[in-house]
Design a protein around this ligand. Structure first.
Ligand code: PEP
Ligand code: MN
Length: 342
């Protein structure tokens, strides 16, 4: 159950609700976001009637939720949540385009990438500085120096920046340089890290785990919201399957499904989702057609020289072409253009 308090409810009113819940054997926790105060409560549903929380001062609404995920559920929040990252809004009609290399490799490389990302119409620059690599011998990222280069390149090209954090240490550093924090597929169930980004005050891009069910993914988002951070953008990036031609199996059905279950924006990563440059453009179009609120695309100034994920990285020219197609497609979807033009 979720108890939504009036925006102006004071500490005494919140405590009165919590005391009553404790008295009836409920566990409660306070979610004090910037925009609202919510009390989450878990306990025996049978006591709900006697509790009669609606009558307490400061209580706006009591919502009983059957699903295991509560705060991310559409049952709590009927309309789409819109998340603003330095002027780019996820969840509105225009898809947000995030582009950039898998990893920041040098000052020159990220500057060239940022120049092309902005030129193509992306509004957020991506780039990893702390890389979760399968092999300990692979390039691990430039760490703080990489973030410095990235922040500079983003700033010079009027872009926001997103980077992956792997633990609380990298989170603390990344907070000084970027506008959005990415939780990668391998850390989707790193609950300590989810709680930490839940308290960090910046929007979070939460990728779906390598083999995570939709419910597990939404439960991970619940961790972040339950710590008071309502700004979570979900990202479908493919899941493990028996198929070997592609790196992962991009589950586009997750887009409309998650949008039905949750009010949070959903974007798609066709680069990791397929692992193949030639599949990125068609799957990007399919993602937007399926209702995705944006795309995160790997693009490298020289993919053949990339230190990670070169085979799935677009050439800058391909990025320009794709961005143009996405723009036209979203105009069709929003009813501003006839499909014959595409
Ligand atoms: C990445 O974005 O470069 C990355 C490592 O993504 P994922 O966690 O989806 O594999
Ligand atoms: Mn990558």
């Amino acid at each position: 159950m979720v108890i939504v308090m009036d925006v102006n409810a004071g500490e005494a009113e919140v405590n009165a609700v919590k005391d009553k819940l404790t008295g009836f054997g409920f566990q409660s926790y306070l979610i004090k976001g910037v925009k609202r105060i919510v009390i989450g409560a878990v306990g025996d549903r049978k006591s709900l009637k006697v509790l009669n929380l609606e009558t307490l001062p400061g209580v706006k609404e009591v919502i009983s939720i059957m699903k295991p995920f509560k705060l991310v559920s559409r049952e709590v929040h009927e309309s789409n949540t819109c998340i603003d990252v330095k002027g780019s809004v996820f969840g509105e009609s225009e898809p947000v385009l995030i582009a950039g290399p898998c990893a920041v490799e040098s000052r020159e490389q990220i500057q060239a990438a940022a120049y092309h990302a902005a030129g193509a119409g992306a509004s957020i620059l991506r780039g990893g500085a702390y890389k979760p690599r399968t092999s300990p011998y692979s390039f691990q990222g430039l760490e703080e120096k990489g973030l410095e280069y990235m922040a500079e390149a983003a700033e010079q090209n009027g872009l926001a920046a997103v980077t992956e954090v792997m633990d609380e240490h990298s989170l603390e550093i990344a907070l000084n340089y970027v506008d959005m924090l990415q939780i990668g597929t391998r850390n989707m169930q790193n609950f300590k890290l989810l709680k930490a980004v839940g308290r960090c005050g910046k929007p979070v891009l939460l990728k779906r785990g390598l083999s995570a069910t939709v419910e597990e993914w939404l439960m991970s988002a619940e961790y972040i919201l339950s710590e008071g951070n309502p700004d979570v953008v979900l990202c479908e990036r493919g899941i493990r399957s028996f198929e070997k031609y592609t790196r992962n199996t991009l589950d586009l059905s997750a887009v409309p499904l998650v949008k039905e279950l949750s009010h949070l924006p959903v974007i798609v990563d066709p680069s990791h989702g397929t692992g193949k440059r030639e599949l990125v453009s068609p799957m990007s179009m399919a993602a937007i057609a399926a209702g995705a609120d944006g795309l995160i695309i790997e693009m490298h100034p020289e993919p053949m020289e990339a230190l990670s994920d070169g085979p799935q990285s677009l050439y800058p020219e391909e990025m320009y072409t794709l961005a143009g197609k996405i723009e036209e497609l979203s105009r069709v979807i929003n009813g501003k253009l006839s499909p014959a033009v595409v």
